[in-house]
Design a protein around this ligand. Structure first.
Ligand code: ZN
Length: 205
């Protein structure tokens, strides 16, 4: 029923999280009726793809600078305590923890979790990049803030062992985040307490 170009745009919107077919159609039709919004959006999206990349040090979102390097604001902020590193699964989790305002160190975004069922083993995790971050910042303590799911716990266990062997103090965020829950959706107070009440996992390894 819809012209082909419009149908393609609707299908793209429908691929976004939380957007169903109807909402996708509403977005597309709205853009058709607002030409300036449509061209602005297409310009901004092109600029986004061109100028924003994962931070080469931590995996957070970073803007590409004049030299072509992409280092995020947290990694380049000298007021951050490089000795404290918080390991998260996704950028959304980093953003949620930042919102609590209790983290004075830096982050490392794994991008994925151990998941034997999906064929994701230790070799698929970005461990060499994590290692580079640990050395570059002289990290002394790592907070494992992977989600309290089966995959998140398995990943924390693996990392906890590796790091403890290297003499790095390791802690896991405290309970308060519901099991199987998403860090992104935990309220700020709960998540803030979980970070502050982290417990040592040296004994696990
Ligand atoms: Zn960074």
């Amino acid at each position: 029923m819809l012209p082909e170009p419009l149908r393609r745009v609707v299908q793209m919107f429908a691929r976004l999280p939380g957007v169903g077919e109807k909402t996708a159609q509403r977005f597309a039709l709205q853009l058709m009726s607002d030409e300036s919004l449509a061209s602005e959006l297409s310009r901004e999206l092109a600029a986004l793809v061109q100028n924003v990349r994962p931070c080469e040090r931590c995996g957070n979102i970073a803007e590409v600078d004049a030299t072509g390097a992409a280092v995020c604001g947290i990694c380049s902020d000298p007021r951050r305590d490089g000795r404290l590193l918080c390991v998260v699964a996704r950028v959304q989790d980093l953003i949620a923890i930042e919102r609590c305002g209790v983290m004075r160190g830096r982050y490392f975004v794994l991008g994925k979790l151990l998941s034997p069922l999906d064929g994701i083993g230790p070799d698929e995790l970005p461990l060499p990049a994590l290692d580079a971050k640990l050395r570059a910042d002289g990290v002394e303590e790592v907070i494992l803030a992977t989600p309290p799911s089966v995959d998140g716990e398995a990943t924390a266990l693996l990392l906890g062992r590796e790091l403890a062997h290297r003499g790095i103090r390791v802690s896991r965020i405290a309970s308060g985040v519901p099991h199987g829950g998403d860090l992104e959706f935990a309220d700020q107070i709960t998540l803030g307490r979980a970070i502050e009440g982290r417990r040592n996992v040296d004994s696990v390894g």
